[in-house]
Design a protein. Sequence first.
Length: 343
Amino acid sequence: MSDKLKHQEGRRKERLDRGIKVRSDGVYAVSSWREMAFLVSPRLLLIVGLLAMPLAFMPLPYWQKVLSIICIYSLLAIGFDFLAHYVGLVSLGGALYIGAGAYISALLNTELGLPIWASIPLATVLGGGLCTLLLWPCLPLRGVYFAIVSLMFPLLAGRIIEALDVFGGTDGLIGLDGFPNVYAEQYVLIIALLLCLFGLRRLVNEDVGLVFRGVMDNDQAVKASGINITTYKALGVFIAASLGSLGGACLAHIYMWAGISQFALDFSIIPIAATVVGGGGTLVGPVIGCLILVPISELLRDFGTLRIAVYALILMGFIVFKSEGLMTFGARKYNQFEHWVEI
């Protein structure tokens, strides 16, 4: 028997709470400034870190654009995480949300002459409503069936625009107004991301969040209680689609162009990968996943489709060795510590 096994014989690992001693399912009893600091520090780290990133990338214009793309993918990813882990709908339609928001904002800006600060909010709401309307007949579906159908919509939208030569056809819509400067662009996205993130966290902890989880766990039991589950599923899709449409509207004004490439499958696949890496069901985890995967994607851009192999290896590694994701693992290590005790 090895020395390590001899050392562990007759002992077991005990996990103890660190910092705050009284907690239950996200509810904390805070009794001192030390405990308050322990609770608030991770949240402040996220907020301050995101707000400081534009200043950190000031000498690097290319990576300033990458930061904007990270925020857009993060909006998609938290929408995917919300739908999958709080509503029970696995949606692969992220590209549909991006494309809808981009085209609607482009049309409002170029055809109706609305300024960027009006076209983006309107495109967010109208894009979310349009995507919800398109997916409404599919809401009774669950699991892989809803996922496959949602994946077909962005493919179909791109082919219709190309075949009918509408909305600029393959050339897209050009001449959109851009953001006044790169800092306005980045801080609009970062502040929107933080507001959406904390707003969703608050939503899932309210009564409506309890109904969402009930629909996910046992929709027939919720239906038997007299609650219209289709309405709640539609509300969940609208929230996720609005987040994606907000990202798509901002993307269109970043490049001052909207085209069928905004229905690309990258907008459906990368948010899923980011959720796996960061940790599903945490909402913050997908943002962390995007902060890791999007820069890796940019660093590997010269390798073309080999990037897919790297994604596959990263996902395989996380699924096999850390299926819970970085956020869940990190939160457990932050809140608790382990030590060996005698049995």
